[in-house]
Design a protein around this ligand. Sequence first.
Ligand code: AMP
Length: 512
Amino acid sequence: MPTSFYTLIENSFPEDGRQIAIEAPDRPHDRKHGRASWSFNELKAAVARYASLIAQLGLKRGDRVAVQVEKSPEALFLYLACLRGGFVFLPMNTAYRTDEVDYLVGNAEPALIVGDPARENELHEIASRHGAVQVLTLDADGRGSFSEEAAKVRDAQPIVDCASRDLAAILYTSGTTGKPKGAMLSHGNLAANGLALRDAWAFTENDVLLHALPIFHAHGLFVACHTTLLAGARMIWMSKFDRSEILRQLPRATVFMGVPTFYTRLLAGDDFDAKLVGHMRLFTSGSAPLLAETFDEFKSRTGLAILERYGMTETGMNTSNPYEGERRAGTVGFPLPGVEVRVMNEEGVELPQGEIGDLQVRGPNVFSGYWRMPEKTAEEFAEGGWFKTGDVAMIDAEGYVHLVGRAKDLIISGGFNVYPKEIEGLIDEMPEVDESAIIGVSHSDFGEAGVAVVVLRNGATLNEATLIARLKDKIANYKVPKHAFFVESLPRNTMGKVQKNLLRDTYRNACT
Ligand code: AMP
């Protein structure tokens, strides 16, 4: 592998750099003027300009660039510019509110924040609380002070030669503790996983990926972009998942990647059928369990089998159903080349095939640890470099991995992770509340959604609407419980642990 991941990416581009690399047909301001597109040469030039600007702002190799912007091709160029210049990219969910951004900035200490112009004042306030952080802006149309400054850059600096172990990105992921932890991913982690997926899924220069995922998450940013860029293939860049826009673009695409919610939404109308997608080479699904009924309905409607794969922020992709060979509903397939998986019991002994236990993974894709949390990092690794995924799994006689549960009490709503502890903490802080439990229940659109079960203090009053409104002020919408129920007490087992299984049972139809 060449020393730098970014060099590897550029080396994968087609020889004729005038070919289109990325187009953004649903850009608000370009809609009037026809389609916005960038050739590979234009992409390279923009990335070089952005990287040079960041260096001119005084950032050094290893400095963090925190980014909370709407999805746009320029936002992708900004990520690539960080790879190119040796800066560490730190994407933030666009739904994060002030407190959430403040925590991340305080923890990661970025030297530069690039944010939405509509939230510039707020970002300046956050920046001023955390030392000398610079703030620039970029909006959904690629406009803002960041691109204005970049347009003035004349002399592009050379690609910074990053070693495999150098830090490329920090992606925050919440844990059972409720406080987000920064997963440190190296250039080597990203390159290894990108190449493994490109080859496993047979990407070539002729592919066109219809990209509808958000890019503040590993799925949309790494899995989707790296497989495509490393094949020198083209992307149709949708600002978000909009069903009718997706149907309009599908005839021009060869590959589509989604979370299960995308598939249930696509299947919701009869206009999604074999005629529309018969030419497609590949549909992949991940980030949350794809129900067997969705897999089956997709197959009977289109004749195509969705390829389900499994990964996480800390590891990139670990397993995938086969490109050639049987894709099995309800399984996440086999370990990717170079990745090892094993199932362990509570005593740390490896279990034979067919038995259920904790899933651990090892490989060049696995991150090096949580940013500035050595103890937490040590807790999550077993001896020999095995990462404890927190997922409960079984490997069947033919080697297919089945995920059967989550040890970490996680709720996955529309593909986004909701950690109950974080929300429970916020509810428990409310003066009227004694204690609370957040549980995941089935949701017809999001797959799963959070519901709050709350015990009030003696004599206190609080209603559902007020509780939900208060949470909406503090946290991203997808984390806000869809309903709140008030009860006398929470059911507990003899160890005093809240019996969430009983609550899940009681409220199982709350969101259907
Ligand atoms: P994240 O770090 O946001 O990517 O979330 C990782 C978690 O998502 C994993 O630990 C799994 O619990 C879950 N996950 C990812 N892919 C799948 C899948 N195909 N099926 C079930 N759960 C999945």
